[in-house]
Write a protein that binds this ligand. Sequence first.
Ligand SMILES: C=CC1=C(C)c2cc3[nH]c(cc4nc(cc5[nH]c(cc1n2)c(C)c5CCC(=O)O)C(CCC(=O)O)=C4C)c(C)c3C=C
Ligand SMILES: [Fe+2]
Ligand SMILES: [Fe+2]
Length: 346
Amino acid sequence: MKGVLMVNLGSPKSTDPKDVKRYLGEFLMDERVIDLPYVLRAILVKGIILNTRPKQSAKAYKKIWWDEGSPLIVLSERLQERVDEYTQIPIALAMRYGEPSIHQGLQELHDKGVDEVLLLPLYPQFAMATTETILVLTEQLRDEHFPEMSLTTVPPFYNHPDYVNVLSASIYEKIRNLNYDHLLFSYHGVPERHIRKSDITKSHCKIDGSCCQIPSKAHQFCYRHQCYETTRLVAQTLDLKEGTYSTSFQSRLGFDPWLKPYTDRTIEKLALEGTKNMAIVTPAFVSDCLETLEEIAMEGEEIFHENGGKNFTFIPCLNDRQDWVKTLSRWIDEWATQEQPNPQTA
Ligand SMILES: C=CC1=C(C)c2cc3[nH]c(cc4nc(cc5[nH]c(cc1n2)c(C)c5CCC(=O)O)C(CCC(=O)O)=C4C)c(C)c3C=C
Ligand SMILES: [Fe+2]
Ligand SMILES: [Fe+2]
């Protein structure tokens, strides 16, 4: 029997610094997130970051927390429930860090008699710190606990016409009556090193931007390329004029170079250069979360206003919008009803 496991990043259990510390500990000790040898990673995470960051992050979480819980979890649950209404096969939801865990999600499907699982990482673009870590852990758990289960993975959908159309519609709804000067596509950042590590050709990636437009099989795993492609395809769909939109990367952590340009500096620069009305969309996330609701909708707006900007329009993630729910349900149904392996999945 077939079933689906949707996986998102996860959130702390509550805004209590102790819960935030537990969550950040699990998250940042992942070797695909902080990719240092174990001992160095433990010194950095347990010895340094976890002494200060949980308090700071707990404060930020308090600003966006809902009565029902973490927005990321609540919105992911709503998405799963709504997709479940449209499809016949069981759909479980799991988080890479915290709960419900991937193990719990696989167990839930197993208990319903599922032995063919479609794994759906809720990330449009591939990254070692997101898609890859979900694949590796899910396979590991399958091998250990559910060896009879087969796993098929939905590949990154950054350039899938259905996704691009839904994302474009979500942007259009917000900007059609807006007199905006600039639309910023802000993606979660990653250290530049992650991009080099994921380059399967070991020679294509130049980081300076000169490589991402040159066709290469490296792009199958290049987060930077896939982010710029999402922007390009949405711009094409909405017929955005050159110079009225751009791409940036948010949420850097630590002292290593991360993908540039940085979102906070870009917002500041736009305002200082005279942009009065800006809109911002965050296509690396399908569900609103700390990084969109606090870092962009609150902090980003503040930076814009402090530097002379006037109107700042935050465009929500796809969350549980009808066209997104229907798109995911269709992808799932296509997979569930086919006999042959789906070219959509790998
Ligand atoms: C080395 C650190 C990090 C990498 C690499 C990274 C990549 C990455 N993350 C997301 C999506 C999300 N990240 C979120 C929060 C968050 N991310 C990091 C660090 C890295 N992320 C931290 C420390 C945190 C916690 C919050 C904080 O202390 O600032 C979230 C939000 C979670 C929530 O509960 O709302 C998401 C979603 C992507 C897509 C990505 C690489 C492409
Ligand atoms: Fe992150
Ligand atoms: Fe590239």
